[in-house]
Design a protein around this ligand. Sequence first.
Ligand SMILES: NC(=O)NCCC[C@H](N)C(=O)O
Length: 419
Amino acid sequence: MEIVKRRELAKMVFQTRIKSEIGKLKVVLLKRPGKEIENITPATMHELLFDDIPYLSEAQREHDKFAEVLRQNKVKVLYLDDLLAETLKNKAIKNTFLKDLITCSGFTRGATYDALKDYLGNLETQNMVSKIMEGVRKEVFGKTLKNLRSFPEIDNTPFIMAPMPNLYFTRDLASIIGKGASISSMTFKARQRETLFIEYILKSHPLFSNQTIPYWHRRDDITKIEGGDVLVLNNHVVAVGISERTSVEAIENLASNLFKNDSGYDTVIAIKIPNNHAMMHLDTVFTMVNYDQFTVYPDIMQEHRKMDIWTLHPSSEGIEYKKHSDLQQVLKDCLGLDEIDLIYTGKGDPVAAMREQWNDGSNTLTIAPGEVVTYNRNYVSNELLREHGIKVHEIPSSELSRGRGGPRCMSMPLLRADL
Ligand SMILES: NC(=O)NCCC[C@H](N)C(=O)O
């Protein structure tokens, strides 16, 4: 794993800046799968939002290949756990962080709170970060911790603090929009603590030094929004999924924050998608791969390729809403283009489409206009992307895909070249 050297970091201080989904990717945030993956059990996998248990060493090999492909394409790869550990080197910040984390884990005070604070606070910082991510077992406290939860009749799970196996899907923690950020308010308990990490990094890591404008902050708004639902199409248009994880109220609140904060964003396209685990975010069924080209999973469309879509614009009364049903037409109008090329997952074969969407065949990470990273297992959709002129870098995917996310989900772009 690459450790970013301090001196190198100092030279790199930049303002986060994402003005499209496709501009040349310069800096990205990843999380290499760690021991947290091995702390998924058959009993907990569904509440932890997994459908299977990945084989860790193979998942790491695949993830390292992903990072290598990015580096070969001149992308600076940063790691979430390294940045968090660097942020927490400051003792006061570490102390506040631990209070927040333990509270978010459900312990507001008392013996368990004290024991966790003491145990984690006494670990070396990088080790503490790993322990927090992988979960803390009850056994580390032996018989010293007296609380009701220690009785097996109340709770027979081995963990006092649950693991966070979804961390390798860094996309969902926040979305950089223009020069600002939307720090997600996650729907499921399994993922709610993850956003604390990015909150602390953006606020206090020397690389970012609190420069990122908060268009959304997990502490200020309880409506639900996740990064996988947010697509920054250009310097004034954002698409957001109405999904299992992002509510219409959150979309309205985000739109009004963008419109009133001089963000440059004047259009939000709200796209309704089905509510199920394989399609939990907009980017599992729709991604932008070039100025005028998008991947789409055909089953999100109704008869005659109709969909439920709304555009939101600022108006003197607040927000103006318009209802639409034709995705292609909405994209043409909002992006000012004459043609839009929709590239359908599975190349017209309904079985290949379902199979490949399940393994994130629609979920591409665009690293430059017309150039994407995808999972190798989705060979039908990859072939179609190539037929449409897209340059495709394939990465191995037998274990990573078991978490139900692909290359876009596994990456949080922090800096892209403007178009
Ligand atoms: N953007 C994404 O679609 N991320 C994939 C998240 C998968 C994870 N197991 C979850 O259910 O949250």
